[in-house]
Structure formats: C-alpha cells, structure tokens
Design a binder for this molecule. Structure first.
Ligand code: COA
Ligand code: AMP
Length: 638
C-alpha cells in the first residue's frame, strides 16, 4: 500500500491498473476481458466480459473459506426487545432457500423484485436471494406512502413484491400491508404475487391468489445455487429524489459494485474481515444497501441490523449499548442521529454506563457534519470522528479521510480529500475552475470509478440530461462546495431543489406537486429551512386561489395530511404559511434562495431581478409567525 497521494494519483492516471488489482479481492466466475470500456461515453462500463455472483461473494465463499460459524448478521431490535445472531452458514441457508421460493414464483435472472420491508433479517435475506438468482431488487423505504411505492412499482415493473405485516416506530405500530394494498391499487403495473412476512405482533390480512405467507413458502423450499451474471448486469435499482415528483431509479451493476465496496471497507473504513461493522441506517437508503448489507458481507465482517433510533429506544444511550454489547469497531450514521443524542444527553451521562474499549471509529455522512456536532462527538468519544461525503448515485464515498490509507488531520466542516477513483473538481457556472476557498459547483471528471451509477433504470436520456450534459466530460454532483489550500473538500449543500432532512434526501418539487393539488391553492413553493436537529425542514408558502379565504392553521393541517398521505411521514412536512404571492423574477422564476435566506434569518439583498420587492416583508412576517426568520439564527446547527 502506498501513501494517499500515490494511490490517488495512480487511480486517476491508471484506473484500469488500479481497479484491476482491487478486483482480485472478489471471486469471479469468469475473468473480465477489459477492466474499463470507454467506447461509449458517458456510458462507461467496468469489468466487461467478467462474470460473478454478488451473493456468492457475500456468503458462499466465506462459508467455503472457513467463516461458516462466524456471525454474519446481528439483529438488534429494541422496539421488539429482540436480539438474534445469524452465522454465515445460517444466512446462506436462509438466502438459498428463499431464492428457491422466488424461483418457484417464476423469478429469474434480469427480473425485478420490489422489497418494502422494515429493518428485519428477512429484508437482508430477500435482497441477497434476488442477487443469488441474478434478479434485480428495488428496496423501497418503509416511511414512504403508497403513492411513492406505486411510482416505484410502475417504474420497476416487478412481478413479485416482498413485504411484511408491519413495523414498530419507537412505540407506534405501523401496518405495512394496507399501505402495500393501496399502492398496488394505485399502480398501473400489477405485481402477480406478494410474499408477506408475518411479524409475531401483527397479523396482516391476505388477499387470495395474490398474497403468500413467507414462513409457509420457506417450509417447503429447496435451496438453489448462485446464477452467474455479467459484471455489467444490474444488481439493484434504488430510487432517489430528483427535482421533480418522479424519482430517479439509480442502477447499480454487479461487478464494479462488489469491487468498489470491498475496497472501500478496507481502505476508507479500515475495517478487516471478521470485525463488527455497524451502519445505523435503514435498508431502504443507499447507506443500508452498501454498508448494512453488501459492503460488510462482501468483506466477511459481522454486520449489525438495528431496528431502533438513536434516542427513544429506549434512551439516548441506545447507540452506546449496541456498540458495547456487540463489540462494534466501526459505526457509521448520520449527524442528525448524533444531534438527537446531544439534545437529550448533552453531557454524555449515558456513555459512562458502557464499555466502549473495542470501539474505534465513528463515520458520519448523509448531510453536512456541522462543527458543533463534530466537536461534541469527538470530545465525548475521544475516537476519530470522520465526515465523508457521498450520494445514492455513487453508492460509496466520493470524499473521505481514508483511514485504511493515511489518516489526515481532521478539519471540522470538511470531508477531507477525494477518495481514490474520484477526480473531483470545483468549477463556476461556465465550467471554469475556481480558486482555493472559492465556492463553486462540484463535479467529478469522467470516468467515475467502479460501483457508481452506470445509468438510470430504463432512462438513459434522463441520466445524460441530469448528470452528464451540463458539463460534458464531468459528472455533476448537484452539490456546491470548495477546495481549501490543503486540497480538503468542503461540501456546502445542494444547488438544486433537493433538500436534506435528517440525512434523508427529499424533493421540494415533489411536495409542491402534492400541495398544488389542494382545491384552494393557486400556486406554492416549498423550501428547506435550517433546523437544529434535522439539518433542514421543509416549509411551504402557499398562494390561495382568487376569492378564497382560509384560516392558516386549518389549511396547514390539510396540507400536512396530504403530504403524509402522498409522500409519507418521512417528508417531515409540518409548516406552511399563506402569502399574497410568491417572490419571482420578472421572467417568472421563484426566488427560492432569497426565501431560504429569510427563513434562516440571514441577511439578504433584494434581488435586482425581482418583480415586486414588497412581498419579501410579508414573507418574513409569515415565517416569523411559525418560528422562522429569527435573526439570531438559533435554528441553525451551523
Ligand atoms: N416507517 C414508517 N414511518 C417512519 C419510518 C418507517 N420506516 N421511519 C420514520 N418514520 C416516520 C416517523 O415515525 C416520523 O413520523 P411522525 O412525523 O409521525 O413522528 C417521521 O417518519 C419522521 O421520522 P424521523 O426523521 O426518523 O424522525 P423522528 O423524530 O422519529 O426521529 C431522529 C429523529 C433524529 C432520531 C431520526 O431522524 C434519525 O435517527 N435520523 C438519522 C437518519 C439516518 O440514519 N439517516 C440515514 C442516512 S445515513
Ligand atoms: P443521498 O443520495 O440521500 O445519499 O444524499 C446525497 C446528498 O447528501 C449529497 O448530494 C449531499 O448534498 C448530502 N451529503 C451527503 N453526505 C454529506 C456530507 N458528508 N457533507 C455534506 N453533504 C453531504
């Protein structure tokens, strides 16, 4: 292993040599013909001609190589008071039998399967069983409402959906089955079969000839072997928010993904086979795909599947309990989870109750790590606290302190340096490079490294339009930021209409589409305003139709309910104000950044392009009514 500078340089100057070597950590059914196919930019393909099976690499080969009795998965569920441990052999047994179930239902290589499940071992088994058959899974986060699930069903067109009877959110029971039924009613594509895992505390009603019981199917299932697939075949689709109401189906291939994730565990997370790695996220998000399921299992680690939160399940000591009880070496979560602990236990009384001597690193991502939270976590834990930056599209980090290569001094507010493979640049609107410390648009020179999105699901044109066309030769991240004089990357936030709420990526455009359907609404804008716990929260500004008079609180309640019904509670939409009109440029563009500044209590200049400046005072007044637009910026975590 070389130093960071050497490794980084090699990854950019000789990507084929660099990733060709990394690929030896994966077991191939057939070796690739070429490491990188650059013949059709911007559609780059890694390990063309190679064949492998991701599930084989995550399970079978570890059992064959003597890890059969090692714990592969620790399921820790404070909400159901359950802890269960599964060895690699046991997970392999469950996965190969569930793959048999799916095969009997007609699922074959290349078919799609939607998984709508809470954080239970069966979700992991379902994902790996798809991978075993060469089928393409699309996991949908449980906090999404039926309409969002229906959009994903329509796009992925699965013949089989896998779900569960329900989940427990802290103390509240959430029934998944009625949500699934409603989604299938709404969807134009109708899946033939639904496999339902009945949780002991909640029995779902079943629809005859469509719904099948997981346990019953498993009791008659025979295990099936792995089906080799092309390295370039899709492993999964994961939908993520774009600027419109139609989510983007990010595609992940098999070969590049396995190589990149296996590499990242060792060189970014400094985590070795046999160690305990815990990503406190959800299988419905990219972090869950990469670092609850695939990354740790491809590496032969023990992964922790945690069905709980950082607070309230039952207290702010929950994370420390899990770390000490299961010997976690590396924890990966979102800064919000730590801000929640900090709020309830500012002096860290709970941490004193647990032995964290085996705990080594805290990695945070999903949103900007504000320096306050960094210092609090670092002072409390006295361990490295590492901010790193990535996106659903990339599937693994773009910039990080790569602890397995070289540990750089941490600069709070920065995610350190570009990860080998990512040629990160900061440019202005015209595509010119900007100076150190000058904020601009963050792009990555093509080709992107293995494991990143080869395209969007059945939407090559949208892929090109969204990411590749804006600055030809570069992938546009939609994030703003800068390099400092030491080459550290600072990511300052999205430059589009995507917002980040508790580390979850949400589209304000999608919320606007829902609000616009209200019978009294003429037009609306949703912006992300700063919040001291969740980073950002959506706030709606609503213009009523001519002649309509509505009481603000009552209208707000209706809009909140509409967003919960259409998008889901995870949107965290709780605030809206009525305004006479929206501030716009003379050409009709809504001045969102000005509204955002007003909401955050920042100084703002009246834009020279505004059609009528008098509306800004009214908006400031309205936002004050709901606790925003406070000039002391108490809401900001920064
Ligand atoms: N199914 C159904 N509903 C869900 C859900 C699920 N899987 N997950 C969340 N929800 C609901 C919650 O119950 C809540 O509903 P409410 O408005 O009725 O209370 C809403 O969605 C928002 O959830 P959440 O953002 O989790 O807020 P919270 O107040 O319950 O918890 C934190 C606050 C800080 C503990 C929580 O946001 C957190 O842990 N954030 C870290 C996020 C994270 O790990 N991100 C992953 C990226 S790495
Ligand atoms: P998602 O696709 O849900 O992972 O969200 C990706 C977005 O989250 C990025 O485009 C960033 O805006 C934001 N993000 C993720 N990690 C970080 C980080 N470490 N610092 C700043 N922003 C981040």
């Amino acid at each position: 292993m070389g130093t960071y500078d050497e490794m980084f340089r090699r990854s950019i100057e000789d990507p084929e040599g660099f990733w060709g070597e990394a690929a030896h950590a994966i077991t191939w059914h057939k070796k690739w013909d070429a490491v990188l196919d650059s013949s059709n930019p911007p559609f780059y393909r890694w390990f063309v001609g190679g064949e492998l099976n991701t599930c084989y690499n995550a399970l079978d080969r570890h059992v064959e190589n003597g890890r059969g009795d090692q714990i592969a998965l620790t399921y820790d569920s404070p909400v159901t008071k359950t802890i269960r441990k599964f060895t690699y052999r046991e997970v392999l047994d469950g996965v190969s039998r569930f793959a048999g179930v799916l095969r009997n239902l007609g699922v074959a290589k290349g078919d799609t399967v939607v998984i709508y499940m809470p954080m239970i071992p069966e979700a992991v088994i379902a994902m790996l069983a798809c991978a075993r058959l060469g089928a393409v899974h699309s996991v949908v986060f449980g906090g999404f409402a039926p309409h969002e699930l229906a959009l994903r069903i329509n796009d992925a067109k699965p013949n089989v959906v896998i779900s569960a009877s329900g989940a427990v959110e802290v103390t509240r029971l959430i029934e998944y089955k009625p949500l699934l039924n409603r989604a299938i009613e709404l969807a134009t594509h109708k899946p033939e079969k639904c496999v339902i895992f009945q949780r002991p505390f909640l029995k779902a009603g079943m629809i005859q000839n469509r719904d099948l019981d997981w346990e019953e199917l498993m009791s008659n299932a025979s295990p099936v072997p792995c089906v080799p697939v092309n390295a370039t075949d899709p492993l999964y689709i994961l939908y993520t928010s774009g600027t419109t109401g139609k989510p983007k189906g990010v595609v992940r291939d098999n070969g590049g993904h396995a190589v990149a994730l296996r590499w990242s565990l060792e060189y970014i997370y400094d985590t070795k086979p046999g160690e305990v790695y815990w990503a406190a996220s959800d299988v419905g998000w990219v972090v869950g795909h990469s670092y609850i399921v695939y990354g740790p299992l491809l590496t032969g680690c023990t992964t922790v599947l945690y069905e709980g939160k950082s607070v309230g399940t039952p207290d702010p000591g929950a994370f420390w309990r899990v770390i000490s009880q299961h010997g976690v070496k590396t924890l990966f979560t979102a800064p919000t989870a730590f801000r929640a602990i900090k709020k309830e236990d500012p002096s860290g009384e709970h941490i004193k109750k647990y032995d964290l001597s085996q705990f080594r690193y805290l990695f945070l991502a999903g949103e900007r790590l504000d320096p306050d939270t960094y210092h609090w976590a670092h002072n409390l834990l006295k361990k490295p606290v590492i901010d790193h930056w990535w996106q659903t599209e990339t599937g693994w980090p773009i910039a990080a302190n790569c602890l397995g290569i070289e540990h750089f001094p941490v600069k709070p507010g920065s995610c350190t340096k570009p990860v080998p493979g990512y040629d990160v640049r900061v440019i202005d609107n015209l595509g010119n490079p900007v100076k150190a410390r000058e904020e601009g648009l963050v792009v990555v020179k093509l080709p992107l490294p293995p494991g990143t999105l080869p395209s969007l699901w059945k939407a090559d044109e949208r892929f090109v339009e969204s990411y590749m066309k804006i600055f030809p030769g570069y992938y546009f991240t939609s994030d703003g930021g800068f390099f400092d004089e030491d080459g550290y990357v600072h990511i300052m936030g999205r430059v589009d209409d995507v917002i980040n709420v508790a580390g979850h990526r949400l589209s304000t455009g999608a919320m606007e589409e829902v609000i616009a359907q209200h019978k009294d609404v003429a037009e609306c804008a949703v912006i992300g305003a700063k919040d001291s716990l969740k980073g950002q929260l959506p706030v709606g500004l609503v213009v009523l139709k001519a002649g309509v008079i509505r009481e603000e609180e009552e209208l707000k309640r209706e809009l909140v309910q509409m967003i919960r019904n259409e998008i889901g509670p995870i949107a965290c939409f709780k605030e809206a104000i009525i305004v006479t009109r929206l501030p716009k440029t003379r050409s009709g563009k809504i001045l969102r950044s000005t509204i955002r500044k007003i909401a955050d209590g920042q100084e703002y200049a009246i834009p020279s392009t505004i059609d009528d400046p008098s509306i800004l005072a009214e908006i400031e007044e309205g936002l004050k009514r709901i606790g925003y637009a406070q000039r002391d910026v108490r809401r900001s975590p920064w």
